[in-house]
Design a protein around this ligand. Structure first.
Ligand code: IPM
Ligand code: MN
Length: 339
């Protein structure tokens, strides 16, 4: 079996502790990793002023995969300017490494609003309003103008839509829903809808549907079982995956894969949750989302059976009605023991 080179960005707050549990579980699954720690995040910025030095980005490019915990300063802290880490680190990694698919699976846990839901959101991850198009005119005057455009390229939309169709084609229900706001965003929406219609010709076994994003918020709460694979743009995907996480059992369980499906560089795996400084070091963080993210990493690395075992162990653990007082490390141990 090969040893995979994995870059670790533990980050801030609970990030390093949930990554440690994910590594414990990967080891228990019998997959060998050669890890390198990268000190990045709010803490590093405050100490050194660096966000993502080019040399560090260069090193990250040579990894087989990257596992990230969480980055960000404590809520309310002004130690990092707004957007500096988001744009300078997280989005820069997504853009520079061409991580054009953000895959977020949602499988309900007992006690959730939707314990039986089982769907995947494919969020376009390099364009839309996140692309950074826009700017100010006459800033800080009474006549100032701020614009923030949404960039949608045929190339960018099509590669994401193709990924979503291929994924749907391999699932039991073979159903794809485009989520957008085509009734108002008539330019971008038209491009997305036409792309879905055209790509669908290559996937005749996949049924397709369309939902407006606002209606999707209702359906995600009232009837998430209608969804199998959702494909959507960057901002809609950001918003509906927080909602989906809450409905499926809480953000502590939500995993994500930032994928470069063409494999021109490493893909990056991270829990959807943030740094939660308020509980860092108390042993009260839930490593399940990080462990599920590590399973997505194993799958991408070609270790499908280990990935399946880890995902199964997490599900089994969650359904075993564990003691809610279990510590972060005890949860990691309990999941590792099932492997
Ligand atoms: C996420 C986060 C990021 C995003 C932020 C932190 C840049 O909310 O991964 O969903 O908006 O994509
Ligand atoms: Mn988000």
């Amino acid at each position: 079996m090969s040893t995979y080179k994995v870059g670790l960005i533990g980050g801030d707050g609970i990030g390093p502790e949930v990554v440690a549990e994910a590594l414990k579980v990967v080891e228990a699954a019998g997959v060998s990793l050669a890890t390198t720690d990268y000190d990045l995040g709010a803490d590093r910025y405050v100490r050194t002023g660096d966000i993502l030095p080019d040399a560090v980005l260069g090193e990250l490019r040579s990894q087989d995969a990257i596992l990230l915990g969480a980055v960000g300063p404590p809520v309310g802290s002004t130690s990092v300017p707004p957007g500096a880490l988001e744009r300078g680190l997280l989005l820069r990694l997504r853009f520079e490494l061409d991580l054009y698919v953000n895959l977020r699976p949602f499988t309900g846990v007992p006690g959730a609003l939707a314990p039986d839901c089982d769907f995947v959101v494919i969020r376009e991850n390099t364009e839309g309003t996140y692309a950074g198009e826009g700017g100010f005119l006459r800033r800080s005057t009474p006549f100032e103008v701020a614009t923030q455009g949404s960039v949608n390229t045929r190339h960018g939309v099509e590669r994401c839509v193709r990924f979503a169709f291929a994924l749907a084609g391999g699932r039991a229900r073979r159903h794809l829903t485009l989520v957008h706001k085509t009734n108002v965003l008539t330019f971008a929406g038209d491009l997305w809808q036409r792309t879905v219609d055209e790509v669908s010709i290559d996937y005749p076994t996949v049924t397709r549907d369309y939902n407006h994003v606002d209606a999707t918020c209702i359906y995600l709460v009232e009837n998430p079982a209608r969804y199998d694979v959702i494909v959507t743009d960057n901002l809609f995907g950001d918003i509906i995956t927080d909602l989906a996480g809450a409905v499926a059992g809480g953000i502590g369980y939500a995993a994500s894969a930032n994928l470069n499906p063409d494999r021109t560089g490493p893909s990056l795996f991270e829990p959807v949750h943030g740094a939660a400084h308020d509980i860092a070091g108390t042993g009260r963080s839930n490593p399940a989302a990080a462990i599920r993210s590590a399973a997505l990493m194993l799958e991408h690395l070609g270790e499908a059976s280990a990935a399946e075992k880890v995902t199964h162990a997490v599900t089994e653990f969650i359904t075993s009605k564990p003691d809610p007082a279990l510590s972060t490390a005890a949860i990691g141990d309990a999941i590792a023991e099932r492997l």
